[in-house]
Write a protein of this length. Sequence first.
Length: 61
Amino acid sequence: MRTLNEMLAKKLLTPDQHFEILSWATRARTPEKIMEMPPHLWRSLELASVLMGFEVGPANA
């Protein structure tokens, strides 16, 4: 969650994207459920991750 907060602070995620991703991750009880995050949220998270210097996403699981 700290990384999401850093992404928000660096303006790599909008407040709405941050809230949606954080909400999804909080509700997900397993890594498999996190991987079911809607595509628009994955795209936002992947772009922010690349801009921070690391990658994350379904292809890397």
